[in-house]
Ligand binder design. Structure first.
Ligand code: SF4
Ligand code: SF4
Length: 247
């Protein structure tokens, strides 16, 4: 079995683990942890993912006949000169971030996800990354989520699942990737990585011609803390590797 297929299989098993955790949480609170067609989380987040997740998404979306649309959306997002990115022009993409670039990166991460559709559903639902699966499941949406509270919850205190075994498995997967396939574990904005995985040559051309905001190109070692409530509060961004340089 090729290493890539093995990685995809493991990744999909881990995705199933999040689905199981969501079901368990739903059973515990007596309702679905997320209201279908809400999309509020996706309106304030352009999420990050691992490169292997983007590669897996390209494979899944190809089979579902949705890749072209997803790639066109990602390209539009990459080329759009967002007002949130004032330092768009002339930034040098490098291993160490200037404060301006870090600020730009943070602001871009709060833009709406481009894969959220007008009906508030996710275009790439079947291929959505870890972070999307963790939201409201292994990390709480207390004080933000619009759904009514379930059993044992209040308006300001929503439950989440700790899922220590799942966390262990996700960490082991990342460690295996780091040891054996470092480029697959580099993280970055989801649209960037999907585009790069599907259209690598075009992506390199756009980078070379300085047509993409630097903050949309760089990767960041998000670890997996974004996915687990106890660790989330301790999150600190580390050195951000350059996606282009690492590929
Ligand atoms: S990928 Fe889908 S679920 Fe994730 S933030 Fe975007 S629209 Fe939401
Ligand atoms: S705010 Fe709540 S219901 Fe809406 S998308 Fe987020 S988790 Fe789901």
């Amino acid at each position: 079995m090729s290493e890539m297929i093995r990685a995809f299989q493991t990744l999909r098993q881990l995705y199933d683990g999040f689905a199981g955790a969501e079901t368990a949480l739903g059973n515990s609170i007596g309702r679905s942890p997320c209201m279908s067609g809400c999309g509020r989380c996706c309106e304030v987040n352009t999420v990050q993912c691992l490169t292997i997740e983007a590669m897996n998404a390209v494979s899944l979306l190809t089979g579902l006949g949705k890749l072209r649309k997803a790639v066109d959306i990602a390209e539009g997002w990459l080329l759009e000169h967002h007002k949130e990115a004032p330092s768009y022009e002339g930034m040098v993409v490098g291993r160490f971030l200037t404060p301006e670039l870090r600020e730009e990166y943070t602001r871009i991460s709060k833009l709406p996800c481009p894969f959220l559709q007008a009906d508030k559903r996710c275009l790439i639902h079947e291929a959505r990354p870890f972070v999307c699966r963790a939201y409201g499941v292994t990390r709480t949406t207390s004080g933000f989520c619009t759904r009514p509270p379930g059993k044992g919850e209040t308006l300001t205190q929503f439950q989440y699942i700790q899922a220590p075994e799942l966390k262990q498995d996700v960490d082991a997967f990342r460690a295996w990737l780091k040891r054996n396939h470092q480029p697959w574990v580099v993280s970055g904005f989801l649209p960037t990585l999907i585009y790069r995985a599907a259209e690598e040559k075009k992506f390199r051309g756009l980078v070379r011609d300085n047509r993409i905001a630097s903050a949309k190109i760089i990767g960041v070692d998000i670890d997996t803390t974004l996915m687990w409530q106890p660790q989330l509060e301790k999150l600190q961004l580390g050195v951000m590797p350059d996606l282009v340089a690492q590929s």
